[in-house]
Design a protein around this ligand. Structure first.
Ligand code: 7RM
Length: 696
């Protein structure tokens, strides 16, 4: 490999020596804990080896690397070597880069491979279509079981090129935004890749979002084209997607065209903006030369909830994102050629972007597009699909696992799961019961279970028990280890990294990595304020973490006003904003509370205006409707409690901590409430909460 020019101005973290590296990797000293080892019987090896994660691009050049720990240390000590070599060997460049990273935390300028050009669609489709044209790229597992459709790399290339030509003929140019409001289907993947092919930026909006949420996202991105389907189908229910788009685009002046693909074939009204996507593709050329795209040009933006009412359009790069997606997909899941990779996430979330689409396709894999739900037509659906498609890696969410536990093991035992090697979990903390059920019942004790922690903003998996040596133990229900190139730290309130083990703090990342988000679309100031200013020099995740006595990481939960409902991020402020639009509502405070299936439920404390005319029950009903139409079904509060007042400090701040405790039935531990402007309101709320609980 040609020598690389390295111009890196990394965070102050890079100058520090390794944090506790030895403690972090005491793989063989885990005392009496419940640990799981795979492949190699306990005690047959004294030292971990790198055989589980061969990265010849690296290890061939560094003969001294003998263990996973050595490889990890190289990745964080010499990130330019590590990522530079991987970027050359794993990606196909239009113009090779000479600079690996040009990044500066202070100014928030993060640039990887800045002088290189590459086309993501070429990397995900063309190069595999050339080598393995008849290999299945996609297996569309439609809502109705047993109806799966395979799309080969050759066919996918044809779809992508035609769709790209349709976008070009609609005047979409490099850097333009295209909004997608689609179910999980091959056309959605083709639409994402068609954008990538012409250098347009896609913004996938989860097809469960309401008309208003969709309109707000289209407007924020000033998308000129929207791609949708006539309808969606999920769990046997029809979802009127085109109708929602019609209503949304009425409020979006920049939209020039709506491309409508057929999912159900229903006759939907077509207006002046609308064009049938299949018809347009039929008459488009199947050849479309890929645009020259700079490594740092945005591939996509994806909205995610924060602590304010306005979701942020997180923008991701082309080359750095794709590299990180590819490397994590291969090494966390032990992906091997011939595998059938089954990530059941919706493409509307980051997990769908990175581990349904970009990671697997960059690696030339066969990836499953799961359109249905865990319980349709019955709670055996996942495992029936695993058996039928011979899925080797299954990647899902704890909320679904908890739901399935309730239905009993019989639904799992009915099906042959012997194809499975890796079981992944993502989206929220996985509780011990769910982890053990996943490992023992689903995996029969034979699969590697990976609890993966990451975020929309990180682009790919950051913490996960793998990659590591094959005999490295896995502790239940924690993500444990950092990915290559990732240096997690825990900070105290003063912003100082906490040293040692058995400590907690704000989970920050000291290193920079290629998959990290580059900005909040149109609002770089907010990007800096949210992620880099709270703990200067570090990326702040918004989560709290704990490093246990062995140096392994647990996630303790969000530190901001974001809750996690069925694995979906939801800002409490978003729900409050929606509800306060109701004319009878004076004020609201929304908090999360522990929910045995959803992870967290939504609890809304509401005060009403005086002399309202409607019945209270009617108002409550309307509030539920408002949250559904303004945000999405998962945002509808599980509990709404009408209160005489909210607990506020003398400066007028709502004390959410108290409300969280009341919602969690922990009113016995409220602590000091004397700083409140009116402490008496607390006991009134507690009493109302008790009454409402009893009434249920
Ligand atoms: C991939 C994704 C991110 C937030 C994150 C956490 C929570 C995700 C885990 C987890 C504990 C996990 N992106 N979270 N994975 N908490 N253990 N393995 O979910 O942007 O939608 O959400 O989700 O709070 O900050 S996301």
């Amino acid at each position: 490999m040609a020598p690389l020019t390295i111009r890196t101005f990394l965070s102050r973290g890079f100058a520090l020596s390794r944090v506790n590296a030895s403690a972090k990797h005491q793989l063989n000293s885990l005392g009496g804990k419940c640990l799981y080892r795979y492949s190699v019987p306990v005690g047959t090896r004294s030292q971990s080896t790198i055989t589980s994660t061969p990265i010849p691009e690296i290890t061939d050049h560094f003969p001294n690397i003998r263990t996973h720990e050595d490889l990890y240390n190289l990745s964080v000590d010499q990130p330019e070597e590590f990522w530079g070599r991987l970027a050359k060997s794993r990606l196909q460049w239009q113009k090779e880069f000479t600079v690996v990273s040009e990044s500066e935390v202070a100014t928030g300028s993060f640039r990887w491979f800045p002088d290189g050009d590459l086309n993501v669609a070429v990397n995900c489709v063309d190069r595999h279509a050339a080598l393995t044209p008849e290999k299945s790229a996609l297996i569309w597992e439609k809502d109705e079981p047993g109806q799966e459709q395979h799309v080969t790399y050759r066919e996918l290339l044809d779809m992508v090129c035609r769709l790209a030509n349709v976008l070009l003929s609609e005047g979409v140019r490099k850097g333009d935004r295209v909004a997608l409001y689609m179910p999980v289907c091959p056309m959605a993947v083709a639409a994402m890749l068609a954008c990538a092919r012409i250098g347009a930026i896609h913004s996938v909006v989860f097809a469960g979002f309401s008309k208003e949420a969709l309109a707000a996202r289209i407007r924020d991105a000033s998308a000129s084209v929207v791609i949708t389907t006539d309808e969606g189908v999920r769990g046997g229910k029809v979802i009127p997607l085109k109708q929602t788009v019609d209503a949304a685009v009425k409020e979006c002046r920049a939209v020039r065209r709506v491309l409508v693909a057929a999912r159900t074939g229903a006759q939907v009204p077509m207006g002046p903006l609308d064009v049938s996507l299949e018809e347009a593709m039929a008459s488009a050329s199947s050849e479309c030369p890929p645009a020259t795209v700079g490594a740092e040009d945005f591939l996509f933006m994806l909205y995610t909830s924060g602590s304010t009412g306005k979701p942020k359009g997180i923008a991701h790069s082309s080359a750095g994102y794709l590299l990180y997606a590819s490397v994590t997909h291969k090494h966390v899941f032990d992906y091997r050629p011939g595998d059938v990779f089954g990530c059941v996430a919706d493409i509307g979330w980051i997990t769908g972007h990175t581990y349904v689409v970009y990671g697997p396709l960059a690696n030339g894999a066969t990836t499953v597009l799961f359109e249905s739900t865990p319980t349709y037509p019955d709670p055996g659906r996942y495992w029936e699909t695993v058996e039928r498609l011979r899925i080797t890696q299954f990647y899902g969410a704890p909320t679904a696992i908890r739901l399935l536990i309730k239905h009993g093991d019989i639904w799992v035992h009915k099906y042959d799961r012997s194809s499975l090697r890796t079981l992944g979990s993502v989206g929220e903390p996985i509780n011990h019961e769910a982890w053990h059920w996943y490992h023992t019942v689903v995996g029969n004790g034979n699969c590697t279970v990976v609890d993966t922690w990451w975020q929309t903003e990180t682009g790919g998996i950051m913490l996960s028990p793998r990659p590591s040596a094959p005999d490295a133990p896995i502790a239940p229900a924690m993500p444990m280890r950092p990915m290559f190139g990732i240096r997690p730290i825990l900070c105290d309130e003063k912003g100082r990294p906490v040293q040692g083990n058995d400590v907690s703090g704000a989970l920050c990342i000291q290193s920079l990595w290629p998959g990290m988000a580059r900005t909040v679309f149109g609002d770089h100031k907010r990007f800096m304020e949210t992620y880099f200013n709270p703990y200067p020099g570090y990326y702040f995740s918004g989560d709290g973490g704990h490093r246990d006595a062995d140096g392994f990481y647990h996630i303790t939960g969000r530190m901001d006003d974001v809750i996690n409902v069925t694995g979906h991020r939801l800002g409490t402020a978003e729900v409050e904003d929606a509800m306060t639009e109701h004319p009878s509502v004076a004020e609201t405070a929304v908090v999360g509370f522990p929910h045995d299936v959803k992870g967290e439920g939504v609890y809304a404390f509401v005060t009403l205006k005086d002399n309202i005319e409607e019945e209270q029950a009617v108002v409550l009903d309307e509030l539920k409707k408002i949250t559904r139409t303004k945000i999405a079904a998962y945002a509808v509060p599980d509990v709404i409690l009408v209160c005489p007042g909210l607990p506020k400090t003398r400066s007028g701040k709502i004390m959410r901590r108290l409300l969280r405790q009341i919602a969690a039935n922990r009113a016995d531990a409220l602590g000091d409430v004397t700083t409140l402007a009116d402490p008496s309101v607390v006991s009134l709320i507690v009493e109302k909460h008790r009454q409402q609980n009893q009434a249920k």
